[in-house]
Ligand binder design. Structure first.
Ligand code: SAH
Length: 411
């Protein structure tokens, strides 16, 4: 029978008997725990010697002597000789010191578990009867995957008062384009402050009933919550000891006002971190088969917010035919952008693509040119959310020759 104990070895004396590679593996774990390790062995393998050197671990060169047990909280026996290991384990028993007997099927008074630490949770796996380290490791890995993906109910039931905010990028929409870290943080969160765009619905379904979801993307009357109010909400919940995920579409630091939210947290002394994600600036053109850079066609890309005045740098980018211009939030302003570009002398035949609702079932791509862009936008009823791509990469036949061309080549 085994009772699993969570043992803290930090600052405690741990003796490892034997200088082989098993000792080396275990040394790493004990060191990571901050244990005060020492080694007794007539000789060390290269791996163990390297660790002993690198960490200035005390090594008594010689065979095990009972006096070595003095002061130890835990002993790890891996001498390569089962009789010796068993003898050490028996002596430990008499002295009431816990002993991991690595050389004898793990049958000491203690055994090491296969362990995984994800976020602030630790899962340990061992066999109830007999040692089967490979099975334990396989089970551990499977549980580790579930944990890392936020597939297990990780949320703290007894909050530790350590509130924090994570500004989490949700990517362009599909839940499987979210990062593993994003999924885990969502599974750990007490409060989720979400936007309209991004993978909201799919991910927020199936959350624990007690998780508070605050939708700041819309309100009765569909006015979005002002930024100051969002900052106040995330800071207030974190200050009350809750784990807050601020879930955003795309990347938090690309036109996501993540910088301001970070400043608000820092100003309030709230621990804050950012999880990056595919930005719609790149991922939405990609969904339509448009690479924002392409060898020989576009060697740079310029990402702008379509709202507000048109900057000289935007006109310069559009005028440079080796640059792709990617416009976010540009649907309402499209007419103005196009007029300014044409007045600036940018050729009317520069390719343009509109990609609406990229990475969703409603995705629609419209190919046009600068000269026809406004007309075509009205004709198709261009709607938010959309990314506007201006440049040669927006040509329909960039990656794949069109059927007519294939025909022409064949003829
Ligand atoms: N932080 C986000 C951008 C927020 S600004 C990111 O990195 O993606 C919002 C703009 O992003 C929208 O106006 C639109 O231009 C673009 N956008 C976001 N999701 C989109 C989608 N699925 N399809 C098309 N455009 C999208």
């Amino acid at each position: 029978m085994t009772l699993m104990l969570g043992v803290t070895l930090t600052g405690r004396d741990v003796l490892l008997v034997g200088g082989g590679d098993v000792t080396a593996r275990r040394l790493r774990r004990f060191l990571a725990e901050g244990a005060l390790v020492r080694v007794v062995a007539p000789e060390l393998t290269a791996q163990t010697a390297a660790l002993v050197d690198a960490n200035s671990i005390p090594w008594r060169q010689g065979r095990f002597r009972p006096a070595d047990l003095r002061g130890a909280w835990l002993v790890h026996a891996a001498t390569g000789d089962q009789r010796v290991d068993r003898d050490i384990a028996a002596r430990c028993d008499r002295r009431r010191v816990l002993c991991v007997n690595a050389g004898d099927g793990g049958h000491g008074s203690a055994r090491l578990t296969a362990q995984v630490d994800t976020g602030d949770i630790t899962v340990a796996v061992t066999s109830a009867v007999g040692a089967d380290p490979r099975r334990s490791a396989t089970v551990r890995d499977a549980i580790g995957d579930l944990l890392a993906n936020g597939r297990l109910p990780l949320r703290r039931r007894r909050p530790d008062g350590a509130g924090r905010v994570d500004l989490v990028g949700g990517g362009p929409g599909p839940a499987d384009l979210m990062t593993v870290r994003a999924r885990r943080l969502i599974a750990e969160a007490d409060v989720i402050v979400a936007d309209r765009l991004g993978p909201t619905a799919e991910v927020l379904q199936g959350l624990d009933q007690e998780v508070q979801v605050i939708d700041v993307g819309k309100r009765p009357g569909s006015h979005p919550v002002p930024q100051d109010e969002i900052n106040r909400i995330i800071v207030e919940h974190a200050a009350a000891g809750r784990r807050v995920v601020r879930l955003k579409g795309g990347d938090p630091f690309v036109f996501g006002r993540g910088g301001e939210e970070m400043q608000a947290c820092l100003a309030a002394g709230i621990p804050v971190d950012v999880v990056p994600a595919p930005s719609s600036a790149i991922a939405v053109p990609q969904a339509a088969g448009i690479p924002v850079t392409h060898r020989g066609t576009a060697s740079a890309f310029h990402v702008v917010n379509g709202q507000g005045t048109i900057a000289a740098s935007t006109l310069d980018a559009m005028a440079d035919d080796s640059v792709t211009t990617v416009v976010l939030m540009g649907v309402a302003a499209l007419g103005g952008i196009v007029d300014a570009a044409l007045r600036h002398g940018i050729p009317a035949d520069r390719p343009v693509a509109f990609v609406e609702s990229g990475h969703t079932p409603q995705q629609r791509t419209t190919r046009t040119t600068l000269g026809r862009a406004s007309h075509d936008a009205a004709a198709v009823g261009l709607r938010n959310p959309a990314v506007i791509v201006i440049g040669d990469v927006a040509r329909a036949d960039l990656l794949m020759p069109t059927p007519e061309r294939i025909g022409a080549t064949q003829a």
